[in-house]
Design a protein around this ligand. Structure first.
Ligand code: BDP
Length: 671
């Protein structure tokens, strides 16, 4: 059990569930016109593989024939691509799998296998489901040389060196895993893109991958560097309004579509962190995006990122994206989607939802999340992210619905956490975040608890008590990380560069907003970033109803307190404690929660295979130590500013601030 099989383990059932399944001779009934459909072939193969594995050793019980009737051109379920219904076959022993397209039958097959894995009796399976949004994607930050930006699971899974001749079998298992959770789009390269990845020799590699993934319903997308017309096209400019530049992109797009007829389109990071973009020519994001949109036409989509981070006059980095994009609402072509990170800053353990959601009613916005845990302890800390994403998806924007409703016409992307590690994600529990991203993009109303349980059963064990324990660990885990890293609305206190470990004291980097001290604004009197009208007024970017709730430090949701307010260390909180006392209590609570996770896991030695049990236990031991490191280093630093004694009952940090500052670990994975 090295984790390679992910949630598609199909571990043999036991007891009654096995008896029932083994007693049925499941028979995929595929109509003639679908027999040669590659997607249906994938579905049938998966069904056979899954059921065989769920039954385990040879059949002993008498067999009853049980048909699975593939009815995959049926609009009865509604015309949404990928929708499916599974119901008892009328007038016969079996199930009818009904879908408007082959993709729906594939998703239905995976749904059926999930139910069976959960121990459901196939004779009573009754499901109807449709994806909530059209685009459910992974964005890989993989570089052509195999290094993954912010990747903590080994090298890239894409072998550009040997493609197109060699197709790693892993590319098929990857596609299966994605299809099983409804993911239908993959951007294969880093947003910090290299122009040569648009050259013909790369297009041949994409073709090989796209051909392999097509049966799994996955469309391939590529990150494009905006200056490619100059970098590889020999032009003097990349000005989006220049006719030669436009013609170059049109020809480039045609070249892609000749090789990959269902090519998804381009993803672009422009004018952010040194990437080129239309602003280099005094053009807008809309000018740049629309030029590419015209080049791909109705064949594909341009996904344009709102993560703009460059030198501006803004007094608050959190305001930049809204300021640049909202005035452009209505100017983007129909096949442009603006991809917006969950919060206005950068994938912190907690941020309020991004104020752009709801603020651009005439533009398609999609949600960008980060599966790889750049700011949440990499792959060594356990943090199940479904609660974080649901928090954002369920947030009321105050302008036409929740974030989930705002992004429903477009979709969700997750920055992938895959790598060449045998377990794909760098740790067993990080697989759950890949899983959760797909499940939530399919259905944002799924509860974190449901996702945790179904993942745990498929991945680890069906023992009900163990599942209970694992689900609880998962559900508490992200909040524990928030508590020991960035409690009460703090953010961006991580060490410079690799973003691992605490460094709230950093204050000497060239640009103000590179420094943790810019974000916490702690001094002798208090801590927190005043984003109200008396400060940066980032709050004014939210709808009035939301801003009103957050404007008052007395009424604001406690978890956003220091995000929006600078608060005196001695201010009284609702609990009756001072801010300082409450902050320290949060750190200590974070630590006890991690200790509780480790203890709970130790109790599962009999329920989980030894290989993965040990791997998880080792990570939890790291997390226990590092939660303390975060707490102690942070407290030592805050005390150096506020001079306050430790609250009663709280232990002082065992080392001096200088000792925490002096820690360095050059072996941490770089960017
Ligand atoms: C930040 C990462 C950086 C990415 C950037 C982005 O630190 O490596 O390039 O986001 O999203 O979180 O473009």
């Amino acid at each position: 059990e090295d984790g390679y099989d992910l949630w598609l383990r199909y571990a043999p059932l036991e007891g009654e569930a096995r008896e029932i399944l083994a007693g049925l001779s499941l028979h995929p009934d595929v109509p003639d016109e679908l027999v040669s459909d590659p997607t249906i072939a994938v579905a049938v193969a998966e069904l056979e593989r899954g059921i065989g594995s769920l039954i385990g050793e040879s059949r002993t019980t008498p067999q009853t024939r049980f048909d699975i009737d593939f009815d995959c051109r049926n609009e009865d379920v509604g015309g949404i691509p990928g929708a499916y219904r599974i119901a008892r076959l009328s007038g016969g022993d079996g199930l009818a799998l009904t879908a408007p397209d082959s993709g729906g039958c594939l998703y239905g097959t995976f749904a059926l296998l999930r139910e069976l894995s959960l121990g459901q009796d196939p004779r009573v399976v009754d499901l109807v489901s449709a994806p909530a949004m059209p685009l459910r994607m992974l964005n890989h930050w993989d570089n052509p040389d195999g290094h993954v930006e912010r990747g903590y699971a080994g090298r890239s899974i894409f072998d550009w060196w040997h493609l197109p001749e060699r197709l790693d079998e892993r590319m098929i298992d990857y596609a299966r895993a994605n299809a099983s959770i409804g993911i239908n789009g993959v951007v294969v390269n880093n947003v910090n893109a290299r122009a040569f990845m648009l050259e013909p020799r790369y297009i041949a590699k994409y073709k090989r991958l796209a051909d392999a993934w097509r049966p799994f319903g996955i469309r391939l997308y590529v990150s494009a560097r905006f200056s490619a017309p100059q970098d590889i096209g020999g032009l003097e400019t990349s000005d989006p309004l220049d006719p030669a530049v436009r013609a170059w992109w049109k020809a480039k797009a045609d070249e892609f579509y000749r090789a990959v007829p269902d090519f998804g389109g381009f993803l672009v990071k422009a004018n952010s962190e040194g990437q080129p973009g239309p602003q280099d020519y005094d053009r807008t994001h809309a000018d740049g995006a629309n030029m590419l949109a015209e080049a791909v036409g109705n064949r594909g989509t341009i996904i344009w990122r709102a993560f703009v981070y460059s030198e501006t006059d803004e007094t608050d980095r959190a305001k930049q994206a809204y300021a640049e994009f909202v005035p452009l609402d209505g100017q983007f072509a129909d096949n442009v989607i603006i991809q917006v990170k969950n919060g206005p800053l950068d994938f912190q353990p907690r941020e309020p939802f991004h104020p752009m959601f709801g603020a651009m009613p005439n533009t398609k916005l999609m949600l960008e999340t980060q599966i790889t845990k750049e700011y949440l302890g990499f792959a060594s800390h356990l943090a199940f992210l479904a609660p974080m994403w649901s928090e954002v998806l369920e947030a009321e924007t105050g302008r036409g619905g929740t974030v989930a409703e705002v992004v429903a016409p477009a979709g969700i992307a997750g920055v992938a956490n895959t790598g060449s590690d045998r377990n794909w994600s760098g740790s067993d529990f990080d697989q759950a975040n890949w899983y959760a991203l797909g499940r939530l993009a399919w259905d944002p109303s799924l509860s974190s608890e449901r996702i945790a349980r179904e993942w745990a059963v498929q991945t680890f064990t069906r023992n009900p008590q163990a599942v209970e324990t694992i689900a609880k660990m998962m559900l508490d885990s992200r909040e524990a990380v928030v508590r020991y890293m960035t409690p009460l609305g703090l953010a961006h206190l991580m060490a410079t560069g690799h973003h691992y470990g605490p460094a709230p004291w950093v204050c000497d980097l060239d640009r103000p907003e590179w420094n943790p001290c810019y974000y916490h604004r702690a001094d002798a009197d208090g801590i927190g970033f005043d984003r109200t009208a008396s400060g940066s007024n980032a709050l004014s970017q939210y709808a009035d109803s939301v801003a009103a709730r957050w404007a008052d430090p007395q009424t604001i949701d406690r978890e956003y307190l220091l995000w929006f307010h600078h608060v005196d260390w001695n201010a009284r909180m609702h609990s009756g404690q001072t801010l300082w006392e409450e902050l320290v209590r949060e750190y200590d609570r974070g630590i006890s929660e991690v200790d509780a996770m480790a203890e709970a896991w130790n109790g599962l030695a009999a329920a989980v295979d030894p290989q993965r049990h040990r791997a998880v236990a080792e990570n939890l031991a790291i997390q226990q130590g590092e939660a303390r490191w975060w707490r102690n280093a942070s407290i030592a630093y805050w005390r150096s500013l506020n001079g306050l004694p430790m609250p009663e009952g709280a232990a002082p940090p065992p080392e001096t601030l200088e000792e925490y500052k002096a820690r360095s670990f050059p072996e941490a994975p770089g960017q």
